[in-house]
Design a protein around this ligand. Structure first.
Ligand code: ZN
Ligand code: MN
Ligand code: MN
Length: 293
């Protein structure tokens, strides 16, 4: 099973592999820089070499970069829109340099210009990033669009919206864009996959909207808020409204089980005051216990 979690890059990008070893995971998600800043310093050859060396010595098979939270590929504000395209270009370049195949990003929020115009802006931004000078040498890097919980004017909560972005892309670029399904976001957006029928309906909805073969990654997060709440608050696996049985179905479904599963659950446990990686251990073990081999 490809299983892992979002890890900190404190101390350098290559440090994720030490943490992965401690957690006994073979999949990793990371920010390639401070995710709350627009600054993206070029990677030094030493950084790239250290990362690749640590990766070669590690059992980790799958690595994905998550883009900065500041990115809004639909923004009607000129500086944010062009800043987002620039940041995505740089993330694609960094992924290519590091040997990482997937760059996962939130789609963004239309902030009042409307869903259709927002989705068109996203497709235009993606095209500009994928055809940029930075991305030029890295045609193997794929951008994954993450489904959203649907708060405010954010786009991508409905699978049809992700499908529309793909439809709006020039056909030559479509093979370079995939989808990530976040269970917390999907549940908050109203997709109820807690029963076998519900999960099957949810997967059919994805297939109709963008083609299930485009689904490349699953974020496994329970939800603090109920079905359809449109609130994006992650909960530890089994302690939220999705519950253990929902995750048992997700991690074992024949159409999902070969995909990488990445946890983005809270790092700390308020009740037991367990810190950082301790809660990752708990959530990873929960997922492992649900997986049937
Ligand atoms: Zn995300
Ligand atoms: Mn997510
Ligand atoms: Mn989230």
């Amino acid at each position: 099973m490809l299983l892992g979690c979002h890890l900190s890059i404190a101390g350098g990008l290559h440090r994720v592999f030490e943490q992965a070893q401690k957690l006994d995971i073979n999949a990793v998600q990371l920010f390639s820089h401070n995710a709350r800043s627009w600054r993206l310093e070029p990677l030094t050859p030493e950084e790239v070499e250290r990362f690749q060396q640590a990766w070669r010595a590690s059992p980790v098979e799958y690595v994905v970069i998550h883009t900065s939270y500041l990115i809004n590929l639909a923004s009607p504000k000129r500086n944010v829109y062009y800043g987002s395209i620039h940041a995505l270009r740089k993330e694609i370049e960094r992924a290519g340099q590091l040997g990482i195949r997937h760059v996962n990003t939130h789609v963004g929020a239309h902030l009042g210009v409307g869903v259709e115009e927002g989705l068109r802006r996203v497709a235009r931004a993606l095209a500009q990033a994928l055809e940029s000078e930075e991305a030029e040498g890295h045609p193997d890097v794929m951008v994954l669009l993450e489904n959203d919980a649907g708060a405010g004017t954010s786009l991508g909560a409905r699978f049809e919206e992700l499908g529309a972005i793909l439809d709006n892309l020039p056909p030559r670029l479509r093979a370079r864009v995939g989808v990530c399904f976040d269970t917390c976001h999907g549940f908050a957006a109203g997709y109820d996959f807690r029963t076998p029928e519900g999960l099957s309906q949810t997967l059919k909805a994805m297939d109709r909207a963008f083609g299930l073969e485009r689904l490349k990654l699953v974020h496994v997060n329970d939800s603090k808020h109920p079905l359809g709440s449109r609130k994006d608050r992650h909960e530890h696996i089994g302690r939220g409204h999705i519950g253990l049985e929902g995750f048992r179905l997700v991690v074992n479904h024949p159409k999902l089980r070969a995909l990488p599963f990445i946890l983005e659950t809270p790092k700390a446990d308020d009740e037991a005051e367990k810190l950082d990686s301790e809660m990752d251990v708990v959530n990873l073990n929960t997922i492992r216990s649900l997986r049937a081999d």
